[in-house]
Ligand binder design. Structure first.
Ligand SMILES: Nc1ccn([C@@H]2O[C@H](COP(=O)(O)OP(=O)(O)OP(=O)(O)O)[C@@H](O)[C@H]2O)c(=O)n1
Ligand SMILES: [Mg+2]
Length: 403
């Protein structure tokens, strides 16, 4: 098989591969970019594998950077672009189920490909688009099948994360998992506990954002992989229910995915969200966004949407909540439009500040000042008072008199 028209991302790398070949070595595109090109999907990065040893690559090219030389990876700099090139290698050891104890550089493409995770990821492509398929990856792409290269048990012992990758690819590509590979996952799920949560999270997020998350979640549950992920052990029923959603098209980014998950698990309190997401090693920025979005989502569910709540949540959280409301088929007005129509969108947009209140309304700095400012803010956001200094001063005086 030969791909006639390569995606443009490959084009500038082709001369690099040609140069390695001219020096008497082999060089191929490998990994996800080859798989996705054959599937006709967009590619985002390219990986190059070569029979040349790192020292040989460095002799061929003037400018290189040692980005991972002990693993055989050298970056070639060509016309301002960097191309990571990894020497064919075999690996051995894997005592920690994560990475090899020893990496050995080899000259044979086959030896390199046979230690890769799945047949669809063990394809190689020459710079002219010719596909090298030593493990029937093309057949599995046609059959829509995720199948371990060789013995699944060996592949999962080498890197237990591959079990999560299998269910992630099932969701991402809408593929089935080959029965022997699935059994391998069922038998070795516990090895996932050896893997850093951050890496598991990447795969789980990609699963939820695949074209068929239902399929990925079904495998995630039937293989029991969920038992070895943070905080999911006691949520089997809720995860089944989540997996039964037919239309996932409104879940388009990580925040929406995590909000949908937490809502399904009925983890809705602010501190419960934070503790759950921290166990998944998610960033504080994402946690904060999901917390704000959950407030909006619960208000949608209870039909209690208030201007001040939208103001506090902000546009991004409102959008996130709206998407998950779509997913949950919760009836809701156009909250973004409502938000856009608020008189102000930021505390600093208020036409009066503490200083002016101290000068003109004779309030002393202190708790009362803060309280009055908050009350004025709410009145403006709710459209009850115009956002103009005289009106706000008058209102402040009334508030103080009322106590
Ligand atoms: N645990 C892993 C991770 C990666 N690989 C191999 O390294 C390639 C590149 O890995 P990576 O970029 O992580 O995955 P991709 O398959 O390229 O998928 P993605 O589209 O997510 O990048 C894979 O195709 C596969 O051949 C592997 O065998 N085992
Ligand atoms: Mg990749």
């Amino acid at each position: 098989m030969q791909i006639k028209k390569l995606p443009s991302l490959f084009e500038p790398a082709r001369p690099v591969l040609q140069k390695i070949e001219q020096a008497g070595f082999e060089a191929y595109f490998v990994g996800g970019s080859v798989r996705d090109t054959i599937l006709g999907d967009a590619i985002h990065d390219i990986d190059i594998a070569t029979s040349a040893y790192p020292s040989e690559i460095k002799a061929i090219f003037k400018k290189t950077v040692d980005t991972g030389i002990q693993h055989g990876t050298v970056m070639i700099l060509d016309h301002g672009t960097g191309y990571e090139t990894t020497t064919f290698r075999t690996e051995s050891g894997y005592q920690d189920y994560r990475r090899p104890d020893q990496v050995t550089f080899v000259r044979s493409l086959k030896d390199d490909l046979k230690r890769r995770d799945f047949t669809i990821n063990a394809l190689a492509m020459k710079e002219d688009g010719t596909i090298i398929d030593l493990f029937d990856g093309l057949g599995d792409l046609q059959r829509h099948l995720i199948r371990a290269v060789g013995d699944p048990e060996e592949r999962f012992h080498e890197d237990a994360l591959r079990m999560m990758r299998a269910v992630r690819f099932a969701a991402k590509l809408d593929f089935a998992i080959d029965p022997a590979t699935q059994r391998g996952i069922e038998d070795h799920g516990e090895l996932l506990t050896k893997i850093a949560v951050e890496r598991i999270e990447v795969e789980f997020s990609k699963l939820l954002l695949g074209i068929n998350p239902k399929r990925g979640l079904d495998y995630f549950l039937t293989t029991d992989l969920y038992l070895y992920c943070p905080r999911l052990q006691h949520h089997y029923q809720a995860l089944v229910k989540l997996s039964q959603h037919q239309d996932w098209s409104s879940i388009t980014n990580e925040a929406e995915a995590w909000l949908a998950l937490l809502y399904s698990l009925q983890i809705t309190g602010q501190s419960a969200i934070s503790s759950f997401m921290k166990d998944w090693k998610l960033s504080n920025a994402l946690i904060s966004l999901v917390q704000h979005a959950m407030t909006v989502l619960l208000a949608i569910q209870k039909d209690q949407i208030k201007p001040m709540m939208l103001f506090n949540a902000g546009r991004k959280a409102i959008l996130t909540a709206s998407q998950v409301a779509e997913f949950e088929e919760l009836q809701h007005p156009d909250l973004l439009a409502m938000n856009d129509q608020l008189p102000i969108h930021d505390r600093h947009d208020l036409a009066i500040d503490g200083g002016a209140l101290i000068r003109h309304a004779s309030i002393q700095p202190g708790p009362l000042l803060g309280k009055v400012m908050n009350q004025l803010l709410a009145l403006v956001v709710e459209g009850k008072v115009a956002n103009e200094e005289p009106a706000l001063l008058q209102e402040a005086q009334d508030l103080i008199e009322k106590g």
